[in-house]
Structure formats: structure tokens, C-alpha cells
Write a protein that binds this ligand. Structure first.
Ligand code: 13P
Ligand code: SF4
Length: 303
């Protein structure tokens, strides 16, 4: 086997490595991964692997999550500077202040947060399980962070809880406008609209289906529709086209997450070759951040 792909396969074998890739990374990087999925699916894959090395193609909070769940393994990020801007909208210190302001409230934190912030959470969630995690939480009051759009969507679906919203947002989903979605729907008669819950309320109001990136794959596969307007990051198109041959997927303009696009086949090869971009976190941070992650994954520590 020749070229970059062949060299990556050989290095993967040599290092006993597994490659995990998020649905938003470039298509050629998704194609060399052992698992491609949403944040929840990749957290589960990271918690179950018996490889010695995990190469995470995505953003840093995902690599950190893999490391926290596998403290004895080597976790490499081909592009350690690929940071999610939303994760940086919520510090551990600001969570401590919110807890003082709302005593007795449970803290549910989106997995899109940095490791240090996870140490202050009761339980983590992803976009696939946020409603279920909030419903299962015993506390009547919840601080939901950092995504205000996802938090608002959760509060609409869990009306018996008081939900305190954070002011964070995903710049990519926030910038998708209801007008863009309506225009695409109007120019593709019969199209079904799928939207990620990180979108604004105006966009979600136009959606036939609301769900995580993995949820969208399942919905599009099962649907009889031929055309879909997809209100999420454009990298999703690769997975959807692969899994739904003969169906068409159109995306709003500029729905590109720069951080997800930094990773290339060349950077994956380089990191496996030199074992670079290793995620290193203090043991006490990992031990405390593991508690909300394991609660989310349903292992010990029930909420
Ligand atoms: P999911 O893959 O969990 O739907 O998350 C989307 C996202 O924005 C990840 O950064
Ligand atoms: Fe963060 Fe949004 Fe990019 Fe996901 S798509 S990594 S939430 S900025």
C-alpha cells in the first residue's frame, strides 16, 4: 500500500493505535479512522478500546475526554491547537461562582468543555443524551453549561426542572440563520430539515428533526425523503452521503468549524510517526473530571 494512507495504516499497526474521528473533520481523515461518530459515540469508543495509543481527530476537549477515560493510555492529537471556542467560554472558576449563586442546583455540563471545568460538574452530557441526563437528575434546579441553545432546548423538553442557562454558544451553529434555512428549504421542494440542538430557537422551529450528528445519520437513513437541509457543520455531508447513497444534503452557507478542519492526513501521519501532540493532564484533574463523565456513561457514581 502506498502513499500517506498506507503509511498511516502501517504506523497504526506498529503503535497498536486506534484512530477516532468526529463527524465534522475532513472526509479523507474520516476515511482512515477506526471509529467516526458524534461526541457520545466517540466517548464510548474511547472508554472501550484496548489499543495502547488513541489518535483523536477532532478538537482538544475530545482528546482530553479520551485521556480522562483512559489515564493509562497514550492519547495523541494530530493538531493540539484545534480548540473548540465554546469550550473556552466556561472556566472552572466561573462554575464555582455559579454554584455559590445557585446553591443546591445540579451542574450539567456539555462534554464540549475543558478538563478543568469538568472537575466542577455533577454530570456531563452530549447533544445526544442531554434531555435524558437532565430528566434523570434528581435536583429540581439545574445549571446547564456552556451552550445556551442546547440548554434552552433541554429546558423545553424537561419542563418540570428549573434550568439556569449559561451564555456560551457554538459560533458555527449560532451563525446559521432561520432565513438561510428557509431559503434552502424553499429552493428544494420536499426537502426535510434536520437541525443540531446547538442551533438557535428560530432554526429549531423550522426543523422536522432535531438531533446530534449521529442522530442525523440514523434519521436520514430511515427517512423516505430524497433531499435534506442540514443545519449543522458542513463536514457532516461526508458521512451522510456515504451512508445514504442517492440522497442529497444541502448546508447553510459558511457553516464551517475551522478547528475541526485543521487535522489533515499529513498531520495524522506526523503525529503517529513522532508520537507527538500527547494529551497530558494532572492526575487530580483527571480523577475529578472522570466522575461526571462516568456518570454520563452510566458507570459507577449514579447522579
Ligand atoms: P455531536 O457530535 O455530539 O452532535 O456534537 C456536535 C459538536 O459541535 C461537536 O463539537
Ligand atoms: Fe465547538 Fe461548534 Fe466547532 Fe463543535 S462545531 S467544535 S461546538 S465550535
Amino acid at each position: 500500500m502506498e502513499g500517506t494512507v498506507g503509511r498511516i495504516r502501517a504506523l497504526k499497526e506498529k503503535r497498536n493505535a486506534v484512530i477516532l474521528a468526529h463527524n465534522y473533520v475532513a472526509g479523507d481523515v474520516q476515511d482512515i479512522a477506526d471509529h467516526v461518530g458524534d461526541s457520545l459515540g466517540l466517548s464510548v469508543a474511547a472508554s472501550e478500546t484496548d489499543a495502547d495509543v488513541i489518535v483523536f481527530c477532532g478538537v482538544t476537549f475530545m482528546g482530553e475526554t479520551a485521556k480522562i477515560l483512559n489515564p493509562g493510555k497514550t492519547v495523541l492529537m494530530p493538531e493540539p491547537e484545534a480548540r473548540c471556542p465554546m469550550a473556552d467560554m466556561c472556566s472552572a472558576e466561573s462554575i464555582r461562582a455559579a454554584k455559590l449563586e445557585h446553591p443546591g442546583a445540579a451542574v450539567i455540563g456539555y462534554v464540549n468543555t475543558n478538563a478543568e471545568s469538568k472537575t466542577e460538574m455533577d454530570v456531563c452530557c452530549t447533544s445526544s443524551n442531554a434531555v435524558g441526563v437532565a430528566s434523570a437528575t434528581e435536583a429540581g434546579k439545574i445549571i446547564f453549561l456552556p451552550d445556551a441553545n442546547l440548554g434552552r432546548y433541554v429546558s423545553e423538553n424537561v419542563p418540570d426542572k428549573e434550568i439556569v442557562l449559561w451564555e456560551g454558544y457554538c459560533p458555527v451553529h449560532q451563525s446559521i440563520s432561520p432565513d438561510d434555512v428557509s431559503r434552502l428549504a424553499a429552493s428544494n421542494p420536499g426537502a426535510v430539515v434536520m437541525a443540531h440542538p446547538e442551533c438557535t430557537a428560530g432554526v429549531l422551529a423550522l426543523a422536522d428533526y432535531i438531533g446530534s450528528t449521529e442522530g442525523m445519520v440514523g434519521f436520514a437513513k430511515a427517512s423516505d425523503a430524497k433531499t435534506f437541509v442540514v443545519a449543522t457543520e458542513v463536514g457532516m455531508g461526508h458521512r451522510l452521503e456515504l451512508e445514504c447513497p442517492g440522497k442529497d444534503f444541502v448546508f447553510p452557507p459558511n457553516s464551517v468549524c475551522e478547528a475541526m478542519k485543521i487535522t489533515t492526513l499529513e498531520s495524522v501521519e506526523k503525529c503517529l510517526e513522532g508520537m507527538t501532540g500527547e494529551i497530558r493532564l494532572p492526575k487530580d484533574v483527571m480523577d475529578r473530571a472522570r466522575v461526571p463523565l462516568e456518570r454520563m456513561l452510566g458507570t459507577p457514581n449514579p447522579v
